[in-house]
Design a binder for this molecule. Structure first.
Ligand code: G3P
Length: 218
């Protein structure tokens, strides 16, 4: 399983990219709004940092296929690595179909059932984004959805759509998604940091330093 970072904060993106752990970025209207910066400027800057798939979502207020297609083309024109993120609706599926026929990559977002994922794949989505944490929030095991989608895509040997696990809230989500057969997890910076740390690693570093200093000094 590969990692994308789920943020529109360029400092976080730079830091994660420098560690060599991410190969893509996902943003959404809430994440872009949080940064309070011009949408296209942010996406352009992100594309200049990470050499990989960058998901930029159509406007949250655009609900018709025609509008999504128009915005999708604009997003795709920002950089060759851009992926157009489109919500899982009937109009969204129409937009995915058209953009796919034009060779534009899409990421179908707000996926909460295996059926939705299968529909998006059939419409031509490059990626589907099932939201794990938001299912867990309502007492439904999110990882079961990831496993179901992975199984269904594996059975259908003509589906190339990749599964991006989204709405990741903690490091255990990552292990669960990897075991369930996900292709990618898009991870908030905070969770990436949590994944690095372990108290025994910290204690081991201190012990190595003490033992080294005891014999060789600083
Ligand atoms: O990018 C979409 C997704 O990751 C949102 O996560 O935490 O708002 O459910 P969350």
């Amino acid at each position: 399983m590969k990692f994308f970072i789920d943020t529109a904060n360029v400092d976080e993106i730079r830091e994660a990219n420098d560690m060599g752990i991410i190969c893509g970025v996902t943003t959404n209207p809430s994440l872009i709004a949080k940064e309070g910066r011009d949408y296209k400027t942010v996406l352009k800057e992100i594309a200049g940092i990470v050499d990989g798939a960058i998901s930029g979502e159509v406007k949250a207020t655009t609900t018709d296929a025609e509008g999504m297609i128009r915005e999708g083309r604009e997003i795709a024109a920002i950089h060759p690595n851009m992926v157009v993120k489109i919500p899982m609706t009937a109009e969204g599926l129409k937009a995915i179909k058209v953009l796919h026929s034009e060779g534009i990559k899409t990421n179908c977002t707000l996926i909460f059932t295996a059926n939705q994922a299968l529909l998006a794949a059939r419409a031509g989505a490059t990626y589907v984004s099932p939201f794990l944490g938001r299912l867990d929030d309502i007492s439904t095991r999110g990882v079961d959805l990831i496993r179901d989608i992975a199984d269904i895509f594996a059975v259908a040997d003509d589906i190339d759509t990749k599964i991006i696990c989204a709405s990741i809230r903690n490091p255990m989500h990552i292990t669960d998604c990897a075991l369930a057969g996900a292709d990618i997890a898009t991870v908030p910076f905070k969770v990436l940091r949590q994944m690095i740390n372990h108290p025994l690693t910290d204690a081991g570093i201190v012990k190595f330093q003490e033992d080294y200093k005891a014999v060789f000094g600083e």
